[in-house]
Design a protein. Structure first.
Length: 514
């Protein structure tokens, strides 16, 4: 965060944004100048650095001062005097009280001389170090140099944190990093609520909405921001009370538009235990059709939030897995309470040493399946569970499609686009439409083509082959693109074959099938 006096914003139509700075050559050069000055002045007093910063402030006061504040935090300033300056000042003040104030040079010398005798240090030493422990007199002992880009990114992040200090509420969503975010939020003592609006969102009460501990709570919200934007996909929304006019403004940033302003190192995926790590690596090695995600989005269970350890996704089906390993009685009871309210398809892997009555009762929950393991989670039961889950949903989708009446009018219908439109798996869509294709349509590997469209495409390709036995694939692709087809797989359907010579499409040719 930065001091609120250094916050620079722009406001427009009820919206507020910090004045972020971009990585232009001018700004990068400015940041580099400041960094180099700190590097070159190790061993110099802080006031020397501040004098240089003051000179640069003519360019942009708040920006220069803000960058300097951030560099100060990467610096170690130290009092190099081996004698306590406070002791020197205290002795001088005591003698001044006894001998009277130093109203002239002679009296001043007399007080310093007496101080020197009492403390047994030279007068020159006293003159040099009487204020050596004050902020401006401290010497720069070490400096951790950032790059110019890092400094600008940190400045933009600090502006965001400072603005959120005056928030009424903060909302955010992300795809990853949930466990670290919740751990941080709990550690910071933040009050939050989870809700679903397409995505899982977390709402945190802002410091301005509370009656006490405002500054501390606002600071803690600001500390949570790096954990949120440390993910690869996130959105942050907030309501900001602008204290100077008492107006409420909306603030919104997301990873698509703003990630380059404050890049953070996305932390690598880590596992909570060796059991989870071992299972994750073995499952990934199988190369199944399931996409496994570590620590997916939270699940809202009543007034609780549950963070599953894994999710498995295939087509439009998502199955979760929770690993119950190391535990305490209180932890286990909380976990069971959350699992009892779960409504999604979930596999619960339980260490066999936890085969207690409370866990066994969870088998009565229709959405849960209990898998006991020793030392490591077996793959076969997990794969069997996923296979049955997919089969179950696949049968339901096939039955739905049988009774789903739709009249296609488009000349080209892609399986994947139609699947996404109705929320049914591509496999179910392909199976249903292949077995019972609509009237006036021809099936091909990617979808349906209206017979008139199919004949039109075939005619155009045939015309190209009138005077040739083979054509470059690029020439045929051009015809397909003009007809609205992006895949070359339709070439085989119209009676031709692609001959590939390497991966380069320019070297591929099309020949007519006998």
């Amino acid at each position: 965060m930065l001091p609120s006096s250094l916050l620079v914003v722009w406001k427009r139509q009820g919206k507020i944004y910090p004045r972020y700075i971009k990585k232009t050559n001018k700004n990068l050069e400015l940041a580099k100048k400041l960094i180099e000055f700190y590097e070159k002045n190790i061993g110099k007093k802080k006031k020397v650095i501040k004098e240089y910063v003051t000179e640069l402030e003519e360019y942009n006061y708040r920006l220069i001062r803000g960058l300097s504040v951030l560099l100060d935090r990467r610096s170690t300033f130290k009092c190099t005097c081996n004698f306590d300056p406070k002791k020197i000042r205290r002795k001088i003040f005591d003698l001044t009280g006894n001998l009277g104030p130093a109203t002239n040079l002679q009296k001043r010398k007399h007080i310093l001389k007496e101080t020197s005798k009492t403390l047994r240090v030279p007068i020159d030493f006293i003159e040099k170090n009487i204020y050596a422990d004050l902020d401006n007199e401290l010497e720069l002992e070490s400096f951790e140099s950032p790059s110019s880009s890092e400094l600008i990114e940190k400045y933009n992040l600090s502006l965001t944190q400072t603005l959120l200090f005056d928030s009424i509420e903060l909302r955010f969503t992300t795809l990853y990093n949930w466990q670290k975010i919740f751990f941080k939020a709990k550690k910071l003592g933040l009050i939050y609520k989870a809700f679903k609006n397409g995505e899982i969102w977390i709402k945190i009460d802002g410091p301005i909405s509370l009656f006490k501990l405002t500054r501390r709570y606002g600071s803690n919200i600001a500390k949570l921001v790096p954990s949120i934007i440390g993910s690869s996909n996130w959105k942050i929304e907030a309501k900001i009370l602008w204290k100077y006019t008492n107006e409420v403004y909306s603030f919104r940033i997301d990873s698509i538009k703003h990630k380059d302003l404050f890049k953070l190192q996305v932390e690598p995926e880590t596992y909570d235990s060796i059991v989870e790590s071992d299972f994750g690596s073995r499952f990934q090695a199988l190369k199944t059709k399931w996409i496994m995600r570590r620590e997916p989005e939270p699940l809202i269970t009543g007034k609780y939030v549950l963070l599953p350890d894994f999710s498995f996704e295939r087509e439009n089906l998502k199955v979760y897995m929770e690993v119950v390993g190391f535990w305490t009685t209180a932890y286990l009871l909380r976990k069971i309470k959350k699992l009892r309210e779960i409504k999604v398809k979930m596999l619960v892997a339980v260490d066999q040493s936890l085969a207690c009555e409370a866990i066994s009762q969870l088998k009565k929950q229709p959405s849960l399946n209990i898998l006991y393991y020793k030392k490591k989670i077996p793959l076969a039961p997990v794969l069997n569970f996923l296979r049955n889950a997919f089969k179950e949903i696949h049968i339901k989708q096939l039955n739905f499609l049988k009774n789903f009446k739709v009249n296609f009018t488009e000349p080209i219908v892609y399986f994947d686009e139609f699947s996404e439109r109705i929320g049914i798996s591509v496999e179910a869509v392909r199976e249903t439409l292949t077995q019972n294709p609509p009237k006036n349509y021809i099936i091909w590997s990617k979808g349906l083509i209206r017979k008139e469209k199919f004949a039109q495409i075939k005619k155009k390709i045939d015309e190209k082959f009138e005077n040739s036995k083979r054509l470059p694939l690029s020439a045929v692709t051009k015809i397909l693109n003009e007809e609205g087809i992006e895949s070359t797989s339709v070439v085989n359907s119209v009676g031709y074959k692609i001959i590939w010579r390497g991966l380069d499409i320019e070297n591929a040719e099309v020949i007519k099938l006998e």
